[in-house]
Ligand binder design. Structure first.
Ligand SMILES: O=P(O)(O)OC[C@H]1O[C@H](O[C@H]2O[C@H](CO)[C@@H](O)[C@H](O)[C@H]2O)[C@H](O)[C@@H](O)[C@@H]1O
Ligand code: MG
Length: 266
């Protein structure tokens, strides 16, 4: 545990992001989306990818020899629309969907019990004004950002839904939301899946995220001899030894890495 109450991995400050520029063949980059690459918005559909972000990611991915993957609670379809026309290697729905380099996809299918639980959630949330149900197929997120006074009701509804769905589905808390997702899906397992194959295998993973669900990914990155960076203020307990204050700062670092590699190519 260091002086900031942080554990694990070697310190990796934003200024040493340049280590990637110096030795791109040694690194693999795993990036969360909401709260890491894009700013938190009032509703799930209101997020925007700022101009240049998708292009920066594409250049960084090329610079890393393809060893970049997005690891997110979002579904593949949403991410592809957000970063159109780019289709990055991706773990969606916290790892319930994987799109590996080359485009092969692996996905968990919803069970009848999960579909019933989801229908009950839609019905239950309809009586909670301001609460948003984000139906993601094999996962579902219920958001109370616009109605924080409904937090306890949302949590109770989600506990009931988890019982209905059965042991193959589990709850995941996040930023003003609770999700029901396949229990087998976790961001750490997703990182390990990528690390088993080319071009990730043998590299040092750097994982960047902002939330509880990213801690599994941090643990996996550190176990592979890599590093972790948490986005946000310094209060959250985290395994990450590195900190970056905001998604805007993260985007600046990516843009400057992309610029360096663009310049070198000319
Ligand atoms: O793993 P991530 O890429 O960070 O995705 C986690 C969840 O992010 C989204 O919810 C969060 O962002 C919303 C938009 O800014 C915000 O309104 C909400 O309060 C946040 O919790 C997304 O809607 C979820 O599906 C993701 O699982
Ligand atoms: Mg996030």
């Amino acid at each position: 545990m260091n002086g900031n109450g942080e554990r694990g991995g070697e310190a990796f400050s934003p200024s040493s992001f340049g280590a990637l520029a110096a030795n791109p063949e040694k690194w693999a980059l795993f990036l969360d989306i909401d709260g890491t690459l894009v700013d938190i918005a009032p509703t799930p559909d209101a997020v925007e990818a700022p101009a240049g972000l998708a292009a920066s990611l594409a250049v960084v991915m090329t610079g890393l020899g393809g060893a970049l993957a997005l690891v997110t609670g979002r579904g593949i379809g949403f991410v592809d629309r957000l970063f159109h026309p780019h289709c990055f290697p991706l773990a969606g729905l916290h790892g319930a969907e994987l799109r590996l380099p080359g485009g092969r996809t692996i996905a968990i299918e919803p069970s009848p019990a999960f579909l019933q639980a989801k229908a009950a959630l839609h019905a239950g949330a309809a009586s909670l004004p301001g609460v948003i149900v984000e139906d993601k197929g094999v996962a579902v997120a219920v958001h109370y950002r616009l109605a924080p006074h409904h937090r306890d009701s949302v949590e109770a509804l989600m506990r009931e839904a988890a019982v209905r769905a059965g042991p193959r589905w589990s709850l995941q808390s996040g930023k003003m939301l609770v999700e029901l997702k396949p229990a087998a899906a976790d961001k750490g397992e997703a990182l390990k899946s990528f690390m088993r194959g080319a071009p990730f295998a043998g590299r040092q993973p750097l994982a960047v995220g902002d939330d509880l669900t990213d801690e599994d990914m941090f643990a996996a990155a550190i176990a592979h001899g890599g590093r972790a960076i948490r986005i946000g203020d310094g209060n959250a307990r985290t395994l990450a030894a590195g900190r970056i204050g905001t998604p805007a700062h993260m985007r600046t670092l990516l843009a400057s890495l992309a610029d360096t590699w663009e310049r070198d190519r000319r």
